[in-house]
Design a protein around this ligand. Sequence first.
Ligand code: SF4
Length: 128
Amino acid sequence: MTSDPGVRVHVRDLGLACCAVEFTAAVARGLLTPAQDTDEPARAHVLVVSGTVTDALHDDIRATWEAIPEPRFAVAFGACATSGGPYWDSYAVTSGIGDVLPAEHYVPGCPPRPEALVAALVESVALR
Ligand code: SF4
């Protein structure tokens, strides 16, 4: 997906809870564009973690991350993926995806804004 004709990245959304709806909203509003067949290589591969991370999901999340080709980076989208959000003190909830993989960007909000996700993607790619 891309947010700009000059910024092409492959984005995989790991939708775990309601923040995934905000990811879908970014697509529905045209802020992200579903990939079309093209020979143009992506500048990066991105895992967006949208929603609440539970301890039971760690192995599956790591497997998903390891399956993404380099160069890659991860974005924690929303308060849950960033810090556990409103469930931070639950016995089963992880206090952020940073405990599982090397996330580069943390997008705040409950829910976060779709525009903030796009800004994080553009900024991450610009740093490469
Ligand atoms: S941050 Fe808020 S909107 Fe996002 S998954 Fe957690 S509770 Fe839902």
